[in-house]
Design a protein around this ligand. Structure first.
Ligand SMILES: Cc1cc2nc3c(=O)[nH]c(=O)nc-3n(C[C@H](O)[C@H](O)[C@H](O)COP(=O)(O)O)c2cc1C
Length: 351
């Protein structure tokens, strides 16, 4: 499936630049470009230099919630309450929060799914990976007919079994230590539920469990911060490991300098899984916003993403990392400010 054991994970929101993708590919890793949040036109422009390079590369897309799953009235009330809770913080930055959130059918809420699938079918890329849900088997089939290998992201054995049913070629198995959004799409047992056998499972244990359940090649992701944990995931049955956080501070990464600097700032002492920024659980450095709003944030993605966007933009403009989504996996302290090729080669030397 891959000719290298190391994969640069897709990081949407500006972190994965074409320069980062080309640098890691040049150093011997496989890279997945981040198609999330982009329109088809933006994606086309983003991957043009990757196509021109002739290299094997991937494109990651967010699978949207079905438009038919309209927002429940109850959820609207929770969103209203969350908007009210955010008002004072927004005012501090001079940010105005949207009164109306886009409807479920709006192209940005659907993450421009239809137009991006059309683009990738008309002008295929070597690999497409999906997260936040499963692409329908019919889409997987169409991509295969276009000559594309297809990956699904999963976080558990039940998700792996469901993904295998759609006909994908390999799975990205993401552990909860991962930075950024969880790929989970099936309900997880409530925190603290001691009957949950998956609780406290390490990445190698998760890989072993998934590998016993499905026949597909696996890519291990989540908290891989050095060659030792990469090797442990490979030994447990993964064909490759994916790194995200380890690349955020690299020279070619497009992450904001506020984000890059926070990852090296000893004032941040832990990461937290929070819905506060987008309504979907994501792992971030624990800052004031996370501490203040994690409890109040409703489970409503992408509505909360659109609700907090002006506040986050204003915080960035004010150079204040305390209200920014500082996505980070549990291995964040190892992230190096260096050329991406150096980070990749340091892993590959030992793998
Ligand atoms: C800043 C950031 C953005 C991310 N964006 C995406 C994305 O667009 N699509 C996706 O499938 N995963 C995304 N992820 C998750 C990564 O693909 C990967 O699973 C994760 O980074 C691996 O864990 P690590 O950060 O501990 O290395 C993102 C992670 C980070 C840190």
């Amino acid at each position: 499936m891959f000719s290298t054991p190391l994969i640069a994970a897709p990081m949407a929101g500006g972190t994965t630049t074409p320069e980062l993708t080309l640098a890691v590919q040049g150093a011997g890793a496989f890279a997945i470009a981040a198609g999330g949040y982009k329109t088809a036109e933006q994606l086309r422009a983003h991957i043009a230099p990757l196509r021109a390079s002739g290299l094997d590369f991937g494109v990651n897309l967010f699978v949207p919630r079905p438009a038919a799953e309209l927002r429940a009235r109850e959820q609207d009330a929770l969103l209203d309450a969350y908007r009210t809770a955010l008002l004072a913080t927004a005012a501090r930055y001079g940010a105005e929060l949207p009164q109306e959130l886009p409807s479920a059918e709006d192209p940005p809420v659907q993450d421009f799914w239809a137009e991006k699938i059309a683009l990738l079918l008309a002008d295929p890329v070597p690999v497409v990976s999906f997260t936040f849900g499963l692409a329908p088997a019919s889409v997987v089939d169409q991509l295969h007919k276009a000559g594309t290998r297809v990956l699904a992201s999963v976080t558990s054995v039940p998700e792996a079994l469901a993904a295998a049913e759609t006909g994908v070629d390999a799975l990205v198995v993401q552990h909860t230590n991962a930075g950024g959004h969880t790929a989970a799409f099936l309900p997880v047992p409530a925190a603290g539920d001691s009957s949950d056998p998956a609780k406290n499972r390490t990445l190698p244990q998760l890989i072993a469990a998934v590998s016993a359940a499905v026949e597909l090649p696996l890519v291990a992701a989540g908290g891989v911060s050095d060659a030792a944990n990469a090797k442990a995931a490979l030994a447990a049955g993964a064909q490759a490991v994916a790194i995200g956080t380890a690349l955020i501070r690299t020279h070619e990464s497009g992450a904001r300098s506020l984000h890059k600097d926070a990852l090296a700032d000893p004032a941040y002492t832990r990461t937290t899984l929070t819905r506060a920024f987008t309504g979907k659980l994501a792992r971030a450095l624990e800052n004031d916003f996370v501490r203040t709003f994690t409890q109040a944030a409703p489970e409503a993605y992408p509505e909360v993403h659109f609700l907090t966007a002006p506040l986050r933009a204003a915080a960035a403009a004010a150079a204040d990392p305390q209200s920014l989504n500082l996505w980070a996996g549990t291995g964040w302290k190892s992230a190096q400010a260096a050329p991406a090729a150096d980070v990749v080669q340091a892993f590959l030397r030992e793998l």
